[in-house]
Design a protein around this ligand. Sequence first.
Ligand code: GH3
Ligand code: MG
Ligand code: MG
Ligand code: MG
Length: 313
Amino acid sequence: EENQESAVNEGNTISDVVDVSDVMSKRILIIDSDIEFTAYLKEVLEKRLYPVSIALSAATGLKFFYDRKPALILLNVYLPESNGIEELKQIVLKAKQDHIPIIVISSKQSKQQIIEAYRAGAMDYLSKSIDPDILLAIIDNRLQMKLDWERSIVIDELTGAYNRKHFNLVLNHLISEYERSGANFSVVMLDLDHFKRINDTYGHLMGDEVLKRCIVTFQNIIRQGDVLCRYGGEEFVLLLPHTNALESEAIVQLMREQFSQVLFRAETESFYVTFSSGISEINARNNHPEKLVEEADQALYKAKRSGRNQTVI
Ligand code: GH3
Ligand code: MG
Ligand code: MG
Ligand code: MG
């Protein structure tokens, strides 16, 4: 059971569908006018396979910030040029907005400067004489925190599936891919049948178990790159890149066969659960996010009206 849970959490990541360099890159931006120190840091970091950008001025730092999207910034707040302050403020502001950790590395260690740096939003204030292994441990730690946070905001707590926020992000990404390269994809809406009855008969905790188990079963069938999201209570939506409606139907059929074999054990009796599903496919006449969802939803509605436990395209 625990293994299955972790299989859910280690399923498709955002990097499968959204540009990796954008979201999960490990690029570190060093902003410091100290040429010797930046060269030394670059060597230390690149040995650990961190891509590094060096900016010797705040202005260059700001430019790199936009061009190269760092995952973390190593900053010396005391740059020599007098007009770097505005750029520094902009970098700090943008970094905070994007939840990019800022680690200050300075040779100055005055109490006032340290307090100011933390108040401005620095995550750490380190000395330039810090041991490189300790520095690397701190960087790993901060990047992991960022990664955990990025995950937590797109994952549904109960089931471990992606949430609606992520669904919207991926759907829009797939639509722009379609417009750019013609790559097709399908949208599958899935809704558990008579779920209210399960709650009413066996209790909400049992209902929650059904939802979790349903996701585990589905995750084991879908492919790398397919994105499964919890759309609402007992409604899920599946995005299948490079897959037309008929191919999607075959995948959903597999999900149905697997899920129909899952036996749920309540206190007094055991039971099976079914689901209904509706499929839409991107095409030149329907390339709008809301319309694609609506079309799949209407197909789902038809599946419900035709007796449930089936898929309609
Ligand atoms: P249909 O076959 O037409 O879809 O019927 P249904 O009973 O599945 O659909 P309905 O929309 O009437 O009921 C859905 C129920 O799902 C109602 C709601 O209380 C329950 N539900 C929503 N979210 C959760 C949840 O997180 N946990 C549990 N246990 N129940 C939930
Ligand atoms: Mg319903
Ligand atoms: Mg339902
Ligand atoms: Mg429903």
